[in-house]
Write a protein that binds this ligand. Structure first.
Ligand code: UDX
Length: 439
């Protein structure tokens, strides 16, 4: 099938290549010329394991192309809308200008019988509004909403082997046409027995924000327990293991630490609250404000803990920060808890050296005033304290004995509860973590 993918950021670029992998003929379109040039040469504009290999493979088949010209979308049967919906600068609501702009542009190229498929995370009600617009301008063209649940670091796998497909469909025969087209796009995924949920637009839009709100709530729940553990001397890691054995609860997303960041969870819960307010249902989501509060408190607590281990003052103390990305296997620093803490420490007088296997270049652009090192060893040279703020495998694998010979003071703060406490304390380190007793 001929497919166009509008917006070649994280979501769109991976989606375009994945659709080509499934056998479709795909044109990826973006206004950003350097991005299109890079993608056309099989260069990923972001760090994502497995993505460049997929790009190389699919470009070589001739089924995948990238362009800055919307006219290249003419003739595609399905047009995926994959543009970003960031948080507005001065409020919680989502900024829909890219979704609206892309829809306007698509209206200029789409023909009756073709299907526009929204994948971007949008406030509930957006799809119905856009469908009206499409119907008015190009009668016979259809719109569906098909949210994407990919995780950074697993984007290729999540796109090719999703745990479910959600179709937000128009009613009546239009719905049948849209369903048939989506089933054709996802033929191999459907054939693999992937669960499929067919719903109205509003439900499909809400599935995404509800899922991310649930995940954020789960993380903040365990982080609230971590606060209590600190007050009582209990151990949050053992607590998470123990409650996680209950199938109804599950151990996933119960890792206490510095909390959630990234381009989705923080902005999605805020946009969800803003939308609930507009709908007169704000009370339903007031708990998300607390989820956000607990999450932001973790960063403050981490800075306090660093001050505490540095004998009560950060002034002039050398602090090594291991990790800048919002999570491992990513170079994404959007709302990164690690980088946020690093910047706070620096602002409070510490001499901070940050390292990360993938995110230094991005970090330097956002926080040029921080000092960056290529390796953990370099960052930790003569350090008064070492903070592990993103749980890259490289940092989990550090040898505490050898690492101890580099620093000035053997003090480690495990911001992600990722290190082997026994091994570090056995090597003479003082070990601190959020929600666990000092070791
Ligand atoms: C998330 C959703 O998981 C995905 O389904 C959606 O499509 C986009 O948003 P992503 O932003 O890639 O994906 O990251 P995710 O793996 O969910 O992690 C989010 C944040 O939560 C990270 O900062 C991570 O470090 C943190 N986290 C995760 C915890 O603090 N504890 C956990 O137990 C799990």
């Amino acid at each position: 099938m001929k497919i166009s993918v509008i917006g070649c950021g994280y979501l769109g670029a991976v989606h375009a290549a994945s659709m080509a992998e499934l056998g479709h003929e795909v044109i990826g379109i973006d206004v950003d010329q350097p991005k299109i040039d890079a993608l056309s040469k099989a260069k990923a504009p972001f760090y994502e394991p497995g993505f460049e290999g997929l790009l190389e493979r699919t470009l070589a088949t001739g089924r995948l192309r990238f362009s800055t010209d919307f006219a290249d979308a003419v003739g595609s049967k399905v047009h995926f809308l994959c543009v970003g919906t960031p948080q507005k600068r001065s409020e919680y609501a989502a900024d829909l200008r890219y979704v609206e702009g892309a829809t306007e542009s698509l209206i200029g190229v789409v023909a009756p019988g073709e299907l526009i498929v929204g994948k971007s995370t949008v406030p509930v009600g957006t799809a119905a509004r856009l469908a009206e617009l499409v119907e008015e301008k190009v009668p016979g063209a259809l719109l569906a909403w098909n949210p994407e649940f990919l995780r950074e670091g697993f984007a290729v796998q999540d796109t090719l082997h999703p745990d479910r497909l959600v179709y937000g469909l128009p009613s009546g025969t239009d719905g049948d046409t849209a369903r048939a087209l989506l089933d054709e796009v996802y033929e191999t995924i459907v054939a693999a027995g992937t669960p499929k949920v067919e719903a109205d637009y509003a439900t499909a839009e809400m599935v995404k924000t509800a899922a991310n709100s649930f995940l954020a709530t789960k993380i903040s729940f365990i982080n609230a327990m971590a606060e209590l553990c600190e007050a009582t001397g209990a151990d949050v890691k053992l607590l998470a293991d123990a409650i996680g054995y209950d199938d109804r609860i599950g151990r996933k997303f119960l890792n206490a630490g510095l909390g959630f960041g990234g381009g989705c969870l923080p902005k999605d819960i805020r946009a969800f609250m803003a939308r609930a307010g507009e709908l007169g249902a704000d009370q339903a989501l007031t708990f998300l404000r607390e989820v956000d509060n607990i999450n932001m408190r973790r960063r403050i607590r981490m800075v306090e803990l660093a001050r505490e281990v540095c004998d009560g003052s950060l002034l002039g103390k050398r602090v090594a920060v291991l990790g800048a990305a919002f999570k491992p296997n990513s170079d994404d620093i959007r709302d990164s808890p690690a980088l946020n803490v690093a910047a706070q420490l620096q602002l409070q007088g510490a001499v901070v050296r940050v390292t990360d296997p993938a995110a230094i270049e991005n970090s330097r652009k956002l926080w040029p005033q921080l000092d960056y090192a290529d390796t953990a060893e370099e960052a930790a040279e003569r350090a008064d304290a070492v903070l592990v703020l993103t749980e890259w495998q490289d940092y989990r694998d550090l040898d505490p004995a050898a690492f101890g010979r580099i620093v000035k003071q053997k003090r480690v703060l495990d911001g992600r509860n990722a290190l082997d406490r026994e091994a570090w304390t056995a090597a003479g380190w003082s070990y601190r973590a959020l929600g666990r007793r000092a070791g």
